[in-house]
Design a protein around this ligand. Structure first.
Ligand code: SF4
Length: 300
């Protein structure tokens, strides 16, 4: 019997089978409970302590419970390109990434699959750190399923105001959820530990992608991180925004970030004395830094 799903903060209560049938819509996330994967690859463009020299073992999950109009991974989050993969096969994909040299297993956008991923990692602990790479819209129940199984939390903090969260991500409760979720992640991890190669073995990095016209909002995001998370939590300030997905429907964000906007946020970061983390070069705003979601890396 199919059960109603309340697995993520949307709590939409959709009937959610293991695998959606052709044409079946499912819940807000748009996928069944069995993980749907668009690509598995050694990813070299994450933060240096995640990608290292050999790459992060990234597994890109399809579907999403957020509705970001500017999503940089739109073909998989909303287009839902991907293949539904049983857990034993997913484990073999991860083992292959590790055998190819992955510094970690990087679960990209896992929020709507915490039930399956929690079960997988209950039975098998990879010999490398597990990274939970999320939009920051995670429920207490979802994070409880991952407790003790995640070594590095890599959440976004996209907004601290309901207005832009509703307009650009369809989630006016985004910050209400994230301001509980991020401290919970930090409490689970409790410390930051880097190995001799500069790979993060345990820790947390909060990412913020600055949106055009939202540089003051970005400063408010940094203020919140500064005031509410422990100093060992790193910050990754990102200027790689490109108007992708449905961004062209929103005139004010249908452009790149200006140098003025980015420099203003960098100055604020400096003023707060937040030196633990990363800032991007403006040359990072290039489409070829977005992986092709072509089901590569899923072969048996
Ligand atoms: S995981 Fe998907 S189906 Fe379940 S509550 Fe969230 S959006 Fe709805």
């Amino acid at each position: 019997m199919q059960e109603r799903c309340y697995d993520c903060p949307r709590r939409c209560g959709a009937l959610r089978p293991l695998v959606l049938e052709e044409g079946q819509r499912g819940g807000v996330c748009g996928v069944g409970t069995q993980p749907v994967v668009a690509r598995a690859m050694l990813h070299l463009w994450e933060e240096p302590c995640i990608s290292g020299t050999r790459g992060s073992g990234a597994v890109f999950f399809s579907g999403c419970s957020l509705g970001c109009v500017f999503c940089q991974n739109d073909p998989i989050s909303h287009g839902r390109v991907g293949e539904s993969i049983p857990l034993p096969r997913l484990r073999r994909i991860m083992e292959r990434l590790i055998s190819e040299g992955a510094h970690n297993i990087n679960l990209v956008n896992p929020t709507h699959f915490t039930r399956a991923l929690g079960a997988l990692l209950e039975d098998w602990r990879p010999p490398v750190p597990v990274v939970y790479n999320t939009g920051g819209y995670d429920s207490p129940e979802g994070l409880a399923r991952m407790e003790g199984k995640v070594d590095v939390y890599l959440p976004d903090l996209k907004y601290v105001e309901a207005g832009p969260a509703a307009r650009y991500s369809g989630a006016s409760d985004y910050f209400a959820v994230a301001r509980e979720a991020l401290p919970r992640m930090a409490r689970q991890i409790g410390e930051s530990r880097m190995d001799a190669q500069g790979i993060l073995r345990r820790g947390m990095i909060v990412r913020h992608l600055i949106l055009p016209g939202q540089h003051r909002a970005a400063m408010a995001v940094l203020d919140w991180i500064h005031d509410n998370l422990p100093p060992w939590v790193m910050v990754s300030l990102m200027c790689q925004y490109l108007p992708m997905g449905r961004a062209q429907e929103f005139r004010e964000i249908n452009r790149r970030l200006t140098s003025y906007e980015y420099n203003a946020v960098l100055e604020h970061l400096d003023k707060l004395g937040m030196e633990n983390g990363y800032v991007q070069e403006r040359s990072s705003a290039r489409e070829d830094y977005v992986p092709a979601f072509n089901l590569e890396g899923l072969e048996e």
